[in-house]
Design a protein around this ligand. Structure first.
Ligand SMILES: NC(=O)c1ccc[n+]([C@@H]2O[C@H](COP(=O)([O-])OP(=O)(O)OC[C@H]3O[C@@H](n4cnc5c(N)ncnc54)[C@H](OP(=O)(O)O)[C@@H]3O)[C@@H](O)[C@H]2O)c1
Length: 342
């Protein structure tokens, strides 16, 4: 199984570490021999059609800052689009930064991979939140598999749970906590910290970006809500269809007042009657979606089976890398099953 890896940051490097530790299992359990035939970051690329040495890739990235230094005295000049076009591979894994304005550069990488009949895995919310319906159409048109389980919930299989385990029932509505950073901040405010102090703490601990708008203004949760609404509810929506309010105006006094009533203020993303909303809401401490710290949670309300809640870590390099690996195994299994049809 040949892989082109585009983006070699936290998730990309975690994914290769995971691959290294799982090589024997992957072969024994699934007959898989994954080979990374190209790896690209923002400064260069490394290509070896017989498979790059993963340990070396990790060391080069750590010591030199770019995989472009993989070959001594010879840096690759190929950019991601040229690599997608010219290097044979079964899977393109797209792990560049999320851009919620126009989905780039991820959107071009993904559409190009699809056009060249390569299966795609991504955890990048940008392309999906701006162009979900057309990406699904393009994937179907080109007969390729498009997997994105890590875009919602990091390693927690929220999308798979809803799509597979709830088959035969109907999701009437769902709501949940989809952003770990804001949940951490709100949990800290319960301890008496102001919003600013809690945000600072989240930044020190590496949960929030230096420019934290994506999280605190609710964009990240809204992007995940859009992906869920499209994929699970059959809606055709984008980011602008979400009614969104972030947590910057939440006061410590309001949090304490809610606490006295046995409630907590949480940034809740919901899809009810086809309406998409992200806003701070008071939630009972007894409600299973009321999780603390950086955890994520979603409750699906079903027509027959009642409420089903899934809880787990919503982000993290290795957690998210496990979702990428899960998608990869699934692509492999589908390829094998397809072969067995004929
Ligand atoms: N980290 C998490 O916990 C997590 C969880 C869920 C989803 N995600 C999503 O996963 C994606 C990757 O996250 P991350 O944390 O790994 O980000 P990151 O550490 O910032 O890594 C991004 C990588 O993309 C590379 N890159 C940037 N622009 C590029 C371009 N035009 N062409 C090729 N490579 C390019 C960067 O290159 P340089 O190394 O040269 O800068 C870097 O290697 C993002 O979309 C993020 O939202 C992350």
């Amino acid at each position: 199984m040949r892989i082109i890896l585009i983006g070699y940051g936290i998730v990309g490097q975690s994914f290769t570490k995971l691959l290294l530790s799982k090589l024997v299992d992957l072969y024994n359990l699934y007959g898989m021999k994954p080979r990374i035939v190209a790896c690209v970051d923002n400064k260069g690329s490394a290509i070896d059609t017989s498979g790059l040495d993963i340990q070396r890739l990790l060391e080069i990235k750590k010591n030199k800052g770019t995989v472009g230094e993989y070959y001594r005295n010879k840096s690759s000049q190929l950019d991601p689009l040229q690599i997608i076009e010219n290097i044979d591979a079964e899977i393109v894994i797209e792990l560049t930064p999320t851009n919620l304005k126009d989905g780039e550069p991820g959107l071009s990488h993904i559409t190009s991979a699809m056009k060249y009949s390569k299966n795609v895995i991504t955890v990048n919310k940008g392309p999906l939140s701006v162009a979900f319906p057309s990406l699904i159409e393009l994937a179907n048109y080109n007969g390729i598999m498009f997997k994105f389980s890590g875009t919602v919930g990091g390693g927690t299989p929220i999308l798979e749970f809803a799509k597979r385990c709830l088959k035969g029932d109907r999701i009437v509505s769902f709501k949940g906590i989809l952003n770990g950073t804001t949940n951490f901040i709100l949990s800290k405010m319960e301890e008496g910290l102001t919003f600013k102090e809690a945000l600072k703490d989240a930044q020190v601990k590496g949960y929030a970006e230096t420019v934290p708008s994506l999280d605190i203004d609710g964009f990240d949760a809204a992007a995940k809500l859009v992906i869920m609404a499209n994929w699970l509810m059959g809606m055709k929506v984008a980011l602008e269809d979400v009614n969104r309010i972030g947590i910057t105006q939440v006061k410590t006094q309001e949090v304490s007042k809610a606490l006295k009533k046995g409630n907590a203020i949480k940034l809740i993303a919901s899809c009810e009657n086809k309406k998409l909303v992200v806003k701070p809401m008071e939630v009972s401490k007894l409600d299973p979606i009321c999780v603390n710290g950086t955890l994520n949670s979603v409750t699906f309300s079903l027509e027959y089976a009642g409420n089903q809640t899934i809880i787990g870590r919503g982000a993290g390099g290795i957690e998210t890398a496990s979702a990428v690996l899960r998608d990869m195994i699934e692509i492999r299994e589908n390829i094998i099953n397809e072969k067995n049809w004929f």
